[in-house]
Design a binder for this molecule. Structure first.
Ligand SMILES: [Zn+2]
Length: 91
């Protein structure tokens, strides 16, 4: 990835008009490769009555205030998965 940033810096230094074709082809290939990478696997978080979350990867976590949305939490800090908050259905 850092190699790609160096290449893009090189592209910017010489100016778009004079960009060698190979540089553009390499950038295109890298963007294509990165866009094919899988999205993070979801980690299901369930909150109990006391506000403690049980994570899908078998950890427990509690926010001092608020829930995932209120804290802007999007990824599980244990497994790196995207947080999928599961809410209890009340009957
Ligand atoms: Zn997790």
């Amino acid at each position: 990835m850092s190699e790609m940033i160096e290449r893009i810096d090189a592209l910017l230094a010489i100016g778009w008009e004079n960009t060698p074709d190979q540089l553009l082809r390499d950038c295109r290939a890298e963007i294509q490769r990165l866009s094919k990478q899988d999205a993070p696997i979801p980690c299901v978080w369930k909150q109990d009555d006391e506000g403690v979350y049980e994570t899908g990867c078998d950890h427990r976590f509690v926010f001092t205030y608020g829930n995932c949305a209120e804290n802007g939490a999007k990824f599980c800090q244990y497994c790196g998965g995207s947080i999928a908050e599961e809410f209890e259905i009340e009957d």
